[in-house]
Design a protein around this ligand. Structure first.
Ligand code: HEC
Length: 113
């Protein structure tokens, strides 16, 4: 019994290699954003000076807001123009959390304005 249970757990971990990291990533989203995205998207998701040179889009703009989470996830996974592709580097779950986080950053209240 014991063997069976641990075997199942090992198989499940094997099938879902990101699962453990995904749980951790939920708390780590702001850190992940700072490490991987802020350099171009800026601390408030409106775009850093370097990002703006690469035509990063302001997350407060209707252009970004009107896109669904699924559409934004596609861009984050596959990349677009100067936006690097993160599929394979980050999990869908991490990217979804990051997109939510970026939408939150872009809300007027989030910046105390
Ligand atoms: C090297 C600079 C750079 C980095 C680093 C970067 N991005 Fe981007 N990102 C861009 C640019 C430029 C665009 C605009 C692409 C376009 O539409 O031409 C963009 C667009 C996006 C979009 C789609 C918004 C839209 O409508 O254009 C999402 C979502 C996004 N980035 C998420 C992320 C996430 C999440 C990270 C961190 C894991 C990240 N980006 C890191 C440069 C970057």
């Amino acid at each position: 019994m014991k063997f069976t249970l641990s075997a199942i757990i090992i198989i499940m971990l094997g099938l879902l290699p990101g699962s453990v990291r995904q749980v951790a990533a939920q708390d780590a989203t702001p850190t992940l954003y700072k490490m991987k995205c802020q350099i171009c998207h800026g601390p408030d998701a409106t775009g850093s000076p370097a990002g703006k040179k690469m035509l990063v889009k302001d997350f407060t703009s209707p252009d970004v807001q009107k896109q669904t989470d699924a559409e934004l996830l596609e861009i984050a996974k596959k990349g677009k123009n100067k936006m690097p592709a993160y599929g394979g580097k980050l999990t869908d779950n991490q990217l979804t959390e990051l997109i939510k986080y970026m939408r939150d950053l872009a809300k007027p209240g989030a910046r105390g304005k």
